[in-house]
Design a protein around this ligand. Structure first.
Ligand SMILES: Nc1ncnc2c1ncn2[C@@H]1O[C@H](COP(=O)(O)OP(=O)(O)O)[C@@H](O)[C@H]1O
Ligand SMILES: [Mg+2]
Length: 399
């Protein structure tokens, strides 16, 4: 039976819901109690469907739906309201799954609940959230801001940050956003085959800069569930963005997303140093050439002097070629630290860049994809052993 939480729903509709589901009914005042909606959902045992009744002001209801959408939890939101096309459009944009008329009959209620319950269960299955690690505000110690940086350009920062972000979004561990902080030549949107309506400069002005719900409307959604703050398509507009604005953007995103992945421009720009102040993780990258590796060493030294190396550091060597002049041992000696992940040079990467389909979206079995999965694994420390697929279960049954 579908589990339902209703807020501000009138008596006749509540009775219809009781007849076909296991429902908890609350008044609008419940939204003002400590913890707000998130706490009420938890108290109601994480229901599959949330019905927002006509007692909830429309703006408030749409805002709540947008918030639930960002949390990316397996919950379908139903709005009670008139069957007005404008309302439908606004509702769908906010992430509402279905709209019920205030005087809907028993059959309508049953049909809507059936659809919404099915979607919520499918989403729960697809994302398999880990108990106690739900996304959303107040995310606790597992909350991560990951900065991907390098001394030189063209070493694979965008490749790694987009793959990591898509991998995190697909992992179901929590809502994920990627921010393209390469103000001049950002290409995160292109690496994800997205045509964004808004870019970073749009997000740092006006209400979007401090209100997470407004900000969300400026983000672009990737099919993996990942949210994207695309880079500026005009270098001039990008240059006008100040470090304080960048800091505010990352802080606002951090309140709503469990994972914030930041792609950066080469070198140590002001913007990169600014986000490092809020970072929990630094992914420092280099190509497998002498100048690149020396650059990595220098960048690490400077960041250490500035006390800007976050708690977790991941050294990634990219475009490794076994036939090349440098051995990984030479490279580790030059850097003065062990490499955490080595990604080989592979044609599959260029193909993925050109088609805009990250390797972790398709899940191939080649060496680069495996290396990217190893890197992803470093951000999922509580990773439960993955459940065997159908084939694995058949094999286990045959034993
Ligand atoms: N491991 C790799 N093997 C082959 N080509 C790669 C590899 N990693 C990145 N590339 C290619 O190198 C180019 C630059 O990568 P990119 O991620 O844009 O670097 P950056 O963001 O550091 O400038 C892209 O065309 C990408 O396809
Ligand atoms: Mg780049």
């Amino acid at each position: 039976m579908t589990t339902v939480l209703t807020i501000g729903v009138g008596a006749p509709l509540a009775q219809h819901l009781d007849a076909v589901s296991s429902a908890t009914h609350l008044g609008v005042a419940a939204l003002e109690a400590p913890g707000g909606l998130m706490a009420r959902l938890e108290e109601a045992g994480q229901p599959e469907v949330l019905v927002l009744g006509t007692d909830v002001p429309l703006d408030r209801a749409l805002g709540l739906a947008a918030q639930v959408d960002v949390w990316a939890i397996p919950l379908s939101v139903v709005l009670v309201g008139p069957s007005d096309p404008d309302l439908w459009v606004a509702a769908m944009r906010s992430g509402v799954r279905d709209v019920l008329g205030p005087d809907a009959g028993q059959d309508d209620v049953a049909a809507v609940l059936h659809r919404c319950g099915t979607v919520a269960r499918a989403r729960a299955e697809a994302t398999r959230p880990v108990a106690g690690h739900g996304p959303g505000p107040d995310q606790g110690p597992d909350h991560r801001v990951v900065v991907v940086a390098s001394a030189k350009g063209g070493v694979g920062k965008t490749t790694v940050s987009t793959n990591l972000a898509v991998g995190l979004a697909r992992s179901g561990r929590g809502s994920t956003v990627i921010v393209d902080l390469d103000m001049q030549f950002g290409d995160v949107a292109s690496a994800l085959a997205l045509a964004p309506e808004f870019t970073l400069p749009d997000t740092v002005n006006g209400a979007a800069s401090s209100d997470p719900l407004v900000l969300k409307t400026f983000l672009t959604r990737h099919p993996s569930g990942l949210y994207v703050v695309a880079g500026s398509d005009s270098p001039a507009a990008g240059d006008a963005v100040t470090s304080a604005q960048v800091a505010q953007l990352i802080a606002t995103l951090s309140t709503e997303f469990r994972y914030v992945v930041v792609d950066t421009a080469p070198g140590l720009s002001d913007h990169t140093l600014t986000v490092l102040e809020q970072a929990t993780d630094l992914v420092l990258m280099s190509g497998a050439d002498v100048p690149g590796v020396r650059g990595m060493r220098k960048e690490l030294d400077v960041l250490q002097e500035l006390a800007l190396v976050p708690a977790r550091r991941h050294l990634v060597l990219n475009m490794w070629d076994a036939a090349g002049a440098l051995s990984t041992a030479d490279i580790e000696t030059t850097i003065g630290a062990p490499l955490d992940v080595v990604l080989p040079r592979a044609g599959a990467v260029a193909l993925s860049t050109n088609t805009g389909v990250p390797l972790l979206q398709t899940g191939g079995r080649d060496a680069v994809t495996k290396g990217l999965q190893t890197l992803l694994g470093r951000f999922l420390p509580d990773a439960a052993p993955s459940r065997p697929g159908l084939l694995g279960r058949l094999r286990a049954g045959a034993r």
